[in-house]
Design a protein around this ligand. Sequence first.
Ligand code: ADP
Ligand code: F6P
Length: 326
Amino acid sequence: MSKKIKTIGILTSGGDSPGMNCAVRSVVRTAISEGIKVYGIQRGYKGLIKNEMQEMTASSVGNIIQRGGTILYTSRCPEFKEKHVREKAAQILEDRGIDALIIIGGDGSFKGAIALNEEFNIPVIGIPGTIDNDISGTDYTIGFDTAVETAIDAVDKIRDTAQANDRTFLIEVMGARSSSIAVKVGICTGAENVLLTSDKVDYKKIAADIRRGLRRGKNSSIIIVAEGEKPGRSYDIGAVLEDMHDISSRICVLGHIQRGGSPTSNDRFYATAMGQQAVLALTNNQFQHAAVVKAGKVQIVPLSDCSSKSDHALIDFIGMAESLSI
Ligand code: ADP
Ligand code: F6P
């Protein structure tokens, strides 16, 4: 089926991530160059069903490439899982004359986009944006690189004080269902242990690792904990280490600091390239697709390839981290 796309809507949905603004800028300016009108929809699907949007111009996306967050704002909109709510969204798009949507978000946001396409024949293109890097079909999601850099910077600082005080630290990084940040940060900071979201914590092993370190003169340890389903789970882990294994620790939950800040060059570059390809995909009659990064190349793939994956390929490197932290 071919359809001439004259007007598109763009929205950011789910958790924000540094670099989303770069993608918005790229989409808006590519569309304008292609003679396509763009509406910026506010606060994701929530703004769509409330008809909150305005036309974007080349200058409305000026001076945002370096800013974290999203100028379009974001939100979660659980009611969008219901068909009658999506029907309302489809009607608003029709009334506004919007022919297609570009959605920047995670796998949940993509599910909403697929439903809109399948039920109401609205062309949709996804751009993966989440710090968690937990989407299949792409090696990379916008914001992961910045979040990792932020966490590494924090861990390096904590290591200074850990060493000065002969202390063990549990440092919790984000990732409700993904250990990608934990693994990368663990490797890049030389952490003594990395606890994955899926891990049943092996307290005996952690205690043995710390004691082995002490025997060879290592006076401090850093354990990176993936947040998992219960943010703050490091406090529980620290309590068990203290009560059952006589190991005292300090806890630091890095939290939402990882979601903000100026995007790194990788996030700026790939967000910009994916934004451009997303618009070109629509002009090329690709109507239920995603712009992704695979083997260093920006490509267009079916949106159905981009579902959640609980743990990323980075997990393959966990053995390397362990073998080096002897
Ligand atoms: P992410 O997009 O980062 O994975 P969420 O899982 O919170 O974040 O999803 C963001 C939004 O996408 C939800 O608030 C909802 O509006 C929409 N969404 C999620 N799952 C579905 C679904 N199964 N059907 C329709 N819309 C969905
Ligand atoms: O953006 C993904 C994520 O950072 C998860 O790792 C985290 O658990 C979640 O968002 C928290 O988001 P919020 O505080 O917005 O619910």
